[in-house]
Design a protein around this ligand. Structure first.
Ligand SMILES: Nc1nc2c(ncn2[C@@H]2O[C@H](COP(=O)(O)OP(=O)(O)OP(=O)(O)O)[C@@H](O)[C@H]2O)c(=O)[nH]1
Ligand SMILES: [Mg+2]
Length: 322
């Protein structure tokens, strides 16, 4: 497996190529992902989410620079950003981003967020594993917003960062649903704006509502100015202490186990769905007949579904690659 060996030996083009194969769902990717599993489980995975324009990409650049100064290599996966990480043409500090783009210790990749929820999460998970096997110490995944896709993607991370910015309580209200519970570290970015203190206080109040057991991680709130790098060393300290906390409390092991099982369940879901669809296509006559019976209300949809599933089970061959 030539591509796989090139990846393990640190070939950037191989890493980029394999991520594309995975993203496009090429069959070739499956074998590579299988082989690299043994080489994963080393990286610290950080998920970054927050409202559009809150400064996530700028922050990711600043965090990356800081991590580089601490001798760590970094992989960056940006999920469908409106300000893509391509060729250093990122909004914000172009010069800084170009430094990153030419740094061999940094690998930057954008990925589309189209397709099914499970599909995006799975491609992201594969990309994380690829960069892990590639040898990156820290992998940062940037997603926009607080929808189901973001929650699923943030779940893949060891350390989840929620980025907010000043501008009234609405932004915080908007991210509240679902995402406050999964934040391990909170950031009030654009702290150079005067209403940053109020946003900080509002966030503090909201987080106080959730009680924590003694010894449990208490998510810090960190003020940053991503464009100047202010507060970024404190943020990176918090990210690394959270990782240490996970390791010392055995939660890292637990998270990893959950991630691997979730990965397997997702593979099962996708493969079964694919098998069902192709079987339905192959058995057009039977499918059509059952459709007719359901359409004319001769049988109910549950019975129709049961008939189709029973038929599929009979011809299901576990040896077959689906
Ligand atoms: N004043 C100020 N502007 C900032 C700061 N951080 C980022 N910005 C600016 O905010 C804008 C959006 O920054 P991005 O880093 O692209 O934000 P993002 O959250 O990645 O945006 P999307 O990926 O499009 O959701 C850019 O013009 C940045 O220069 C900051 O700390 N202070
Ligand atoms: Mg961005």
């Amino acid at each position: 497996m030539e591509l796989f060996e090139r990846l393990i030996s640190g070939d950037r083009r191989a890493a980029a190529r394999i991520i594309s194969l995975v993203e496009n769902g090429e069959p070739e990717a499956r074998e590579i992902v299988r082989l690299l599993h043994k080489h994963t489980g080393r990286a610290h995975i950080i998920g970054i989410t927050g409202a559009p324009g809150s400064g996530k990409s700028t922050l990711v650049s600043a965090i990356t620079q800081d991590l580089r100064s601490r001798g760590k290599t970094v992989g960056i996966i940006a999920i469908d950003p409106t300000s893509p990480f391509t060729g250093g043409a990122l909004l914000g500090d172009r010069i800084r981003m170009q430094d990153l783009a030419t740094d061999k210790g940094v690998f930057i990749r954008s990925m589309g967020s189209r397709g099914s929820l499970g599909g995006v999460a799975r491609a992201t998970n594969d990309a994380i594993n690829i960069l892990d096997a590639f040898g990156k110490d820290v992998i940062i995944v940037e997603t926009v917003g607080a929808g189901q896709v973001e929650v699923e993607i943030v779940k893949l991370a060891h350390t989840s960062v929620v980025v907010t910015m000043p501008g009234g309580g609405d932004e915080i209200q908007a991210i509240k649903a679902g995402i406050l519970e999964i934040g391990d570290v909170f950031v009030v970015n654009k702290a150079d704006r005067e209403d940053a203190t109020r946003t900080y206080a509002e966030l503090m109040m909201m987080l106080d509502l959730s009680p924590r057991a003694p010894g449990e991680w208490e998510p810090p709130i960190i003020k940053t100015v991503a464009i100047t790098g202010e507060g970024v060393p404190e943020l990176v300290d918090a990210l690394l202490s959270h990782y240490e906390y996970l390791k010392s409390s055995n939660l890292l092991e637990k998270k990893e186990k959950e991630r691997i099982i979730a990965e397997m369940m997702e593979i099962i879901n996708q493969r079964v769905i694919r098998a069902v669809h192709s079987a339905l296509k192959e058995n057009g006559a039977m499918t059509e007949l059952i459709h007719k019976l359901v359409e004319t209300r001769e049988i109910d949809p549950h019975t129709g579904a049961r008939m189709i599933i029973q038929h599929l089970m009979k011809r299901f061959n576990p040896e077959e690659e689906i």
